[in-house]
Design a protein around this ligand. Structure first.
Ligand code: SF4
Ligand code: SF4
Ligand code: SF4
Length: 254
């Protein structure tokens, strides 16, 4: 066995788009493939070795069996990194968390509802301790590569904690507020280069909330532009459900 860092990729509940982005980014960075040993990556290889030191985890935790699997990964890995919005935030899967679980299960599985184990969708950081995250849906390929390089140098991935609006202004975009569109850029973590607003689409918040987001202010400003508080809350519900629930920004029916 050589002395290269041994890396494993794991998938839980998600669409596997982040893993595909990893494959794409590694194809463009063969130097990284030379520097590490990838020992487990179901999406890309059939070999499987349980001796690894860095674990990247895609997908949210939606079953009690997932929790046991996560704990086992945590026991083995020196570093655990959440990969993408599902693992980092619970992702789109977490929209189920504000609906009665029984009706969600029946809607998805119909008559077989009792057969399948389903629970609320949790970010993996709610189940095990994590050492960092790469946000986004999907992840940004270059941010992933930078994150891996930092890990190999003994540092954590460096993820912006300022809002998308900063990158949007640096790109000299006209603000979508002026065009009657809802945009979550003021409260969403930057790092994507204001991708969506630059294409004329309001930010959906896939990289999660910035620290100390001023949601009240956002709603006030949006109200001045004719947008209702409900519309903003609905938009936040796509990726930020768990963060909203934790901050008790919205009421949830029991
Ligand atoms: S974060 Fe998005 S792209 Fe990644 S697994 Fe989840 S749904 Fe798929
Ligand atoms: S379009 Fe969105 S991201 Fe850009 S400045 Fe306006 S609110 Fe911020
Ligand atoms: S603009 Fe918002 S929704 Fe679009 S990629 Fe960036 S963080 Fe995600």
């Amino acid at each position: 066995m050589n002395n290269k860092p041994r890396i494993a990729f794991f998938d839980f509940t998600g669409c596997e788009g982040c893993q595909l982005t990893v494959i794409d980014s590694l194809e463009n960075h063969p130097e990284l493939l030379e520097a590490v040993d990838i020992v487990q990556f179901r999406e890309a290889m059939s070999e499987k070795d349980d001796d690894f030191s860095i674990a990247f985890i895609e997908g949210s935790c939606t079953r009690s069996s997932d929790e046991k699997r996560l704990e086992k990964i945590r026991e083995q890995a020196a570093l655990v990194i959440a990969l993408g919005a599902c693992a980092h935030l619970g992702g789109v899967n977490a929209v189920r968390n504000i609906q009665p679980l029984e009706s969600v299960r029946r809607c998805v599985y119909g008559e077989k509802a009792e057969v399948y184990e389903t629970s609320i969708a949790k970010p993996i950081g709610d189940v095990i301790s994590i050492d960092g995250f790469i946000p986004g849906c999907p992840i940004d390929p270059e941010e992933f590569i930078r994150g891996v390089k930092r890990l190999l140098q003994g540092n954590r991935p460096l993820i912006p904690d300022y809002p998308v609006c900063i990158e949007c202004k640096l790109r000299e975009n006209a603000c979508l507020f002026q065009r009657g569109k809802v945009c979550l850029g003021p409260i969403t973590r930057a790092g994507c280069g204001a991708l969506c607003p630059s294409l004329g689409v309001g930010c959906e918040g896939c990289r999660g909330l910035i620290p100390n987001p001023n949601i009240t202010w956002l709603k006030e400003v949006m109200a001045e532009h004719g947008q209702s508080s409900e519309r903003i809350s609905a938009k936040m519900g796509l990726f930020m459900t768990n963060q909203i629930l934790e901050s008790e920004v919205i009421d949830v029916e029991s």
